[in-house]
Each structure stands twice: as C-alpha cells, then as structure tokens.
Design a protein around this ligand. Structure first.
Ligand SMILES: C[S@@+](CC[C@H](N)C(=O)[O-])C[C@H]1O[C@@H](n2cnc3c(N)ncnc32)[C@H](O)[C@@H]1O
Length: 256
C-alpha cells in the first residue's frame, strides 16, 4: 500500500500528464493577466502544479499556497518553486491577514472543503478590494434529481461533505460570500472511447449513471445522457462511452 507521500507523488504525475489540465490552466491564466508584482493565494494548492507554471512570471510579487494535506505540500516544497511559500492549514480558517492578496486561485478544490461558504468568506477576507478569485470546478446538473444522484455517487467514496455543485449553487455561494461574478467560462471535457480510462473522476460519474439506470426512469436517463454521457454495454462490459463532463471557471471580484 502506498503511503501519503507516494500517493501525493502519484497525484502530481497524473495531473501533470493530463492534457485537459493544461487546457484549464491556459484558460484561467488568459482570464486574468498576471503582471508579476501581485500577491497570489492558492487555496487547496495540492502539489503546486499551478505554481510551477506561473512562478517565473512573478517578479516583485509572491505566491502563497495553502493546503491541509501535509504530503502534498511536501511534494510541492521539494520542487523549490520560485517566490512560492507554502502553508499547512485548512481553507476554512486562513492564518493570513485581511486585504493582502490581488488574486486567489481555488482549482478543483472547493468541492473537497468541509465548509464551502466559510472557505469562500475567508478567501474574500484575504483579498484586497477589487481582488479576484479564480475558481475552477467540475459542475453538476441543473436538474436537481440528477444532481442529487451525482452527489450520492461521489459521497460513497468521499464522505457526506463532498459536493458537486451546479452553476446556480456555485454562483449563490460566491454571492453569499460577498463576491461579484465577472467572468464565466464553460469548458466541456468531451470523449468518445472504448472504456472510462483517463476520464477525470469517471469512476464516480459511472456510479451516478448506474444509479439512474437502476431506477428504470427512461426520461431521467435520457436527460442525464443528453447532459453528460451514454454508455454502451455488451454482456455487462462497457463497450463504448461517449459524451462530456462539464468544467467551469468563474472569476469573481471582491468589490467591497
Ligand atoms: C483535487 S486537489 C487540487 C489541487 C490543486 N489545486 C491542483 O489543481 O492540482 C484538492 C486539494 O484540496 C485540498 N483540500 C481539501 N480540503 C481542504 C481544506 N479544508 N483546506 C485546505 N485544503 C483542502 C486537498 O488536500 C487537495 O490537495
């Protein structure tokens, strides 16, 4: 069995190999222009993959990456990333002064946090006036029955705090935390392939698909297939899987 550090190394390798991640990072960095003098906070920094990309553009500024997982921070630390400082802490109680940061990133991490609203309020507090939060999330369905099932499926492995938000829920949370949303970019991850290999988080999405299929509700299944994906099976084995998962980047401003 792998220890936490080996798992963190694996995570780092997998994520760096993933071409879709590169697409997400490119989009995010096009939505905000980093000049080099900014103070940047990355909440749920993981192994510092974003920092490896942006650190060289930071001249007089600095980056603080924060995560609750020691092993992931250890991997990030071993990279000795320029101008980047790492903090072991939870997002819900940032050990940071208020009104310090120009930008905060939160990439594919919010859905893991225990208290999403509190974490967003903390990020809001740490940002300067007119500071921006760049949030990237995989998103669920606006159909609440489907979204409930998707969440049930994810919670089987991740526990009851894990939430796959739909766009409305995410925007409501951001507004409640005090943010004004200024840019939205929807990025579909499309696939048409023999098995689920390589598709992010597909294990959970297939669980959701199976729960819906077991309900024998043709209308609901059709809605799921139209929004996400369909699965062709032969003798119980997946033959083909085609459709998409949906990612969203939201840029929000702290206007007060
Ligand atoms: C899927 S990873 C994403 C990491 C990184 N943002 C990236 O894109 O590679 C989510 C990260 O959120 C961290 N995390 C989960 N709950 C947290 C919390 N309450 N406070 C801080 N970090 C947390 C996890 O340890 C994990 O490193």
């Amino acid at each position: 069995m792998k220890n936490d550090y080996e798992e963190a190394l694996d995570f780092d390798k997998r994520m760096k190999r993933d071409p879709f991640r590169k697409i997400l990072f490119d989009k995010m960095l096009k939505m905000v222009e980093i000049e080099g003098n900014e103070k940047i906070l990355d909440v749920g920094v993981g192994t510092g993959i974003l920092e490896e990309i942006i650190a060289n553009s930071i001249t007089t500024g600095m980056i603080i990456g924060l995560d609750k997982a020691k092993a992931r921070l250890k991997v990030a630390l071993s990279k000795k990333i320029f101008n980047t400082f790492l903090i072991l802490s939870t997002a819900e109680k940032l050990p940071l002064k208020s009104k310090v940061f120009n930008y905060s990133f939160c990439i594919l991490a919010l859905h893991h946090f225990k208290n999403h609203l509190l974490a967003l309020k903390e990020i809001h507090r740490a940002l300067k006036k007119n500071g921006k939060l760049i949030l990237c999330e995989i998103i669920g369905s606006l159909n609440l029955t489907i979204n409930k099932i998707v969440n049930e499926a994810f919670q089987i492995s991740h526990g009851p705090d894990h939430v796959v938000f739909n766009i409305e829920q995410l925007e409501k949370l951001l507004n409640e935390a005090g943010f004004e949303i200024s840019q939205r970019e929807h990025i579909p991850y499309k696939f048409d392939q023999e098995g689920p290999e390589g598709i992010p988080m597909m294990h959970h999405w297939l669980q959701a698909y199976n729960i819906i299929k077991d309900r024998r509700d043709e209308e609901l299944l059709k809605k799921f297939e139209d929004e996400f994906f369909s699965v062709e099976k032969i003798n119980g084995e997946i033959k083909r899987i085609r459709g998409q998962l949906n990612f969203l980047i939201l840029v929000s401003i702290k206007s007060e």
